[in-house]
Design a protein around this ligand. Structure first.
Ligand SMILES: Cc1cc2nc3c(=O)[nH]c(=O)nc-3n(C[C@H](O)[C@H](O)[C@H](O)COP(=O)(O)O)c2cc1C
Length: 221
């Protein structure tokens, strides 16, 4: 695990960890993420931002060797990560978003914040109009974009905790849906993130980061 230096300021710590993170190809299979860190990682996706707060996603955390091996068969390109990572987080986006789902969210706001459902009807109408006006393809793209925000949040949180990750789109999403029973819930697999601790054998950890300079991609105005 990366040694987190107590003498670093928060800002230094964040930049150090953002540079430390890399797309890990091979994990140390002996090292498992402890329950407290797992809890924080799960909170990082649950607390992620989404349009209207609708949370159009679901997540599956694969932890058993049996399940990881099953998923590996549906991700030959990324086999080494499935075989060595401590955990695999599968991120799925909603394929349909019904008025009933919006109602369940409105009810949750009401219960959580003590606001009468009646007072939330204008907000409900905006959400229903927006989601019902989209084609199924546009809706799936919209929910996918939001699910990717959760993915980014997961990877950054992991890096801050000294946990390695590899984002993976190179998976057979239809097979993942079957294995995890996601289609029945109205979700579809989008991508997966391998989580664990880098193996000493993974030479990529020593390679320099390849990034365009700030002035090429960012403008202050
Ligand atoms: C959405 C997404 C999908 C990716 N899919 C894969 C993948 O299937 N397999 C893999 O080895 N790396 C995958 N990567 C990792 C990228 O190749 C990597 O992030 C990029 O080369 C930059 O390197 P760095 O993350 O080490 O800085 C993916 C990254 C992202 C953000």
């Amino acid at each position: 695990m990366n040694t987190l230096d107590p003498n670093l300021s928060t800002r230094q710590h964040i930049e150090t960890q953002l540079n430390w993170r890399y797309a890990t190809k091979l994990f140390d299979p002996q090292k498992k993420i402890d329950p407290a860190d797992l809890h924080t990682l799960m909170e990082s996706v649950r607390l992620s931002a989404s349009s209207f707060g609708l949370q159009p996603w679901s997540f599956v955390l694969a932890q058993s060797e049996e399940m990881k091996a099953k998923l590996a068969l549906a991700a030959p390109m990324n086999k080494s990560k499935f075989e060595t990572a401590s955990h695999i987080m599968v991120l799925a986006n909603k394929k349909t978003l019904t008025p009933e789902y919006v109602d369940s969210y409105v009810q949750l706001i009401s219960d959580t914040r003590g606001v009468p459902v009646q007072a939330l009807q204008d907000f409900r109408a905006i959400m229903v109009n927006k989601t019902q006006a989209m084609s199924p393809e546009a809706l799936a793209q919209w929910t996918a974009r939001q699910t990717y925000i959760a993915m980014g949040s997961l990877m950054t949180t992991a890096a801050l905790l000294g946990i390695d990750t590899c984002a993976m789109e190179g998976i057979d999403t239809a097979q993942f849906d079957d294995i995890l029973g996601l289609s029945q819930t109205g979700h579809g697999t989008l991508a997966a993130v391998a989580l664990g601790y880098r193996s000493k054998e993974d030479s990529l950890q020593f390679a320099k980061k390849v990034r365009f300079a700030s002035d090429k991609i960012l403008k202050m105005v």
